[in-house]
Design a protein around this ligand. Structure first.
Ligand code: TYD
Length: 229
């Protein structure tokens, strides 16, 4: 077996029967927040208990790291960046996620997860996907979502949508079009490594069309015979 398939073997969803771990991914302006709200409402209407967590952050330690990264006035070394995101992730997994998933009927939705590290640090910052995968070889970082919805838009659309929003730009949002192009390539690499986990959805469609596609995929997971997700 080659190195990569050995690395990939270690990644698996948490074994909590009756609970589900989801994540949403995409570049700025892809529509993650809107879809997360819709999915939460939909799952609650089906009597699931839903928690939305954001990365980086979600714990008091993680929020400090979030501030350290996203509020930084000076450039952070890519390796430091990768480890900061992974630290926040490990803390959120153990302090919150695993405890919550222990209650059957719970859905934990992450706003960004490992694929953001692959796209932003792996491709955007040039560390490479394998470096990111290797950094995640220690439990709890080996825990993978049952399903990841990657809302795919091109960098030009991302820029247009960000312009309309006109919000103050954080650390990554100040980057140029070229950086966004790299992020899209990074997400394509993540897809190639995890073709079953990641569902790529065309995020340039209208909100309702995007939601219908996500819902279709969710229903397949939720309403199949076995509840051993
Ligand atoms: P956030 O304000 O949550 O952005 P968004 O609304 O786009 O999700 O900021 C998170 C930023 O951190 C975002 O630009 C992506 C970046 N990021 C990484 O670079 N690596 C990671 O592993 C994660 C989780 C996020």
């Amino acid at each position: 077996m080659n190195d990569i398939s050995q690395l990939l073997e270690n990644f698996r969803p948490p074994a909590f029967p009756g609970s589900l771990f989801l994540s949403f991914e995409g570049i700025e302006g892809a529509g993650k927040s809107t879809q997360i709200v819709r999915v939460k409402e939909y799952l609650e209407s089906k009597d699931f208990r839903v928690l939305v967590l954001r990365e980086p952050g979600g714990t008091s330690f993680g929020e400090k790291l979030r501030q350290a990264i996203l509020g930084s006035k000076n450039p952070i070394h890519p390796v430091s960046e990768m480890h900061l995101f992974a630290s926040s992730r490990a803390q959120l997994l153990t302090e919150v996620t695993m405890k919550e998933l222990n209650t059957p009927g719970t859905v934990v939705i992450y706003d960004r997860y490992i694929d953001s590290s692959i796209a932003y640090q792996g491709k955007g910052r040039g560390l490479g996907t394998e470096t990111i995968l290797k950094t995640h070889q220690t439990f709890p970082l080996t825990l993978m979502p049952h399903k990841t919805f990657y809302l795919k838009i091109d960098p030009e659309l991302s820029y247009r949508r960000q312009k309309i929003r006109n919000a103050p730009k954080d650390y990554f949002e100040k980057q140029g079009l070229e950086f966004y192009q790299k992020l899209v390539e990074g997400y394509e690499e993540a897809l190639a490594y995890f073709p079953n986990r990641i569902a790529a959805i065309d995020g340039s469609q209208g909100e309702m069309e995007v939601f219908e596609q996500i819902k279709g995929q969710l229903d397949q997971i939720l309403f199949r015979e076995s509840k051993e997700y």
